[in-house]
Ligand binder design. Structure first.
Ligand code: SF4
Length: 342
């Protein structure tokens, strides 16, 4: 059976017409699914019994539940393990910032990219998430926290540009003014640099913020920690980024994980400022987590501050990612691994 919560508004209208129902009902049904976030047809009190019967012959709902929740005692960060119908689980996070409530969501179950510092890739890739499963993470968080999500970051497990069609549909659905109406400008998609997809994304005409997981300023160093760097070279990524800015006018974010004695020296800062010179960009410096197997150690705070200052001196905007929920802040993807005991 098809999933009704995977349909765009226009697809829902078409489905109703095919069932011999008037298409104006799409507005009410869409509201039940994407605002009131019901999980069955029964709850749709202003929809006729006949319409509900017709719909339930063809459609069902995507089911998901919160399996585990960790709540920070320091701030209001909450980490979730969310389980889908097939038993697969992903990690999602609720973060409260001054500028709004943010949901960090996953786009795949596991990940095949193999970035050395990342726990999400440890057990490989299992499957892509559907559009509705991405929406579901936000709906479950909202229902649990009783807070409206205003910002979304697609930075959980998975490489979103490898699940391109479902992610694009998710962006359009979460932005739909008849549904959650989250502004595209408040959505950030993070990629490790799937070059052809950066071009496609630029051509979509959706002004989201693109975050590039750069993590090193030379091709050689990137290859050491990001296996995908061998396929998509640094200069190709930077060229694709220029195209993205040209097409969308949006400022890029370059994420840079600070790894002690690997990419945090003044020379690294100098190199980074060189490759980002004259780019409409912001650098996000991220203190990394320990990864014993890969001998990855977080940079000292002083080194991070020095790095930031050196970038600033060269005219590059940089911020250090504020750590929220540091008491529950196991490495990204670690909560799921603990839950699965992998
Ligand atoms: S950092 Fe992102 S792309 Fe890399 S392995 Fe982790 S989830 Fe995948």
């Amino acid at each position: 059976m098809k999933k009704i919560d995977d349909l765009s508004f226009e697809e829902l209208e078409r489905a109703l017409v095919e069932l011999g129902e008037p298409k104006f009902k799409a507005k009410q049904i869409f509201d039940w699914i994407h605002n009131k976030t019901v999980e069955d047809f029964e709850g749709m009190s202003n929809i006729s019994k006949k319409t509900k019967e017709e719909l339930s012959k063809v459609f069902e709902f995507t089911l998901g539940s919160i399996e585990l929740k960790l709540e920070s005692e320091l701030d209001e960060t909450k980490k979730y393990v969310i389980k889908f119908e097939d038993g697969n689980v992903v990690e999602s996070v609720f973060l409260k910032y001054k500028f709004g409530n943010t949901a960090c969501i996953s786009s795949e179950v596991g990940c095949k990219m193999g970035c050395l510092f990342c726990a999400s890739t440890k057990n490989g890739f299992l499957r892509s998430l559907t559009t509705a499963e991405m929406l579901k993470q936000i709906y479950l968080i909202q229902n649990d926290t009783k807070e409206k999500i205003s910002n979304v970051v697609i930075m959980g497990s998975g490489e979103p540009l490898n699940n391109y069609d479902n992610v694009i549909k998710f962006l359009k659905l979460i932005n739909d003014e008849r549904g959650q109406n989250i502004s595209m400008r408040k959505i950030t998609l993070s990629t490790c640099g799937i070059v052809p997809r950066i071009y496609s994304l630029a051509d979509e005409d959706i002004p989201i913020t693109l975050a590039i997981s750069l993590h090193a300023a030379t091709q050689e160093k990137r290859e050491e920690i990001l296996p995908i760097a061998k396929k998509y070279k640094l200069d190709e990524i930077l060229k694709a980024c220029d195209y993205y800015v040209e097409k969308t006018g949006r400022r890029l974010t370059f994420e840079y994980i600070m790894i002690s004695s690997f990419n945090d020296s003044p020379e690294d800062a100098e190199m980074l400022s060189k490759i980002l010179k004259n780019k409409l960009a912001n650098v996000n410096l991220i203190p990394c987590n320990y990864v014993k197997e890969a001998n990855i150690k977080p940079s000292e705070n002083l080194d991070i501050e020095r790095f930031k200052r050196l970038l600033y001196d060269k005219g590059i905007n940089a911020t250090v990612r504020r750590e929220l929920g540091s008491d529950i802040n196991a490495a990204c993807g670690q909560l799921r691994n603990n839950y699965l005991k992998i």
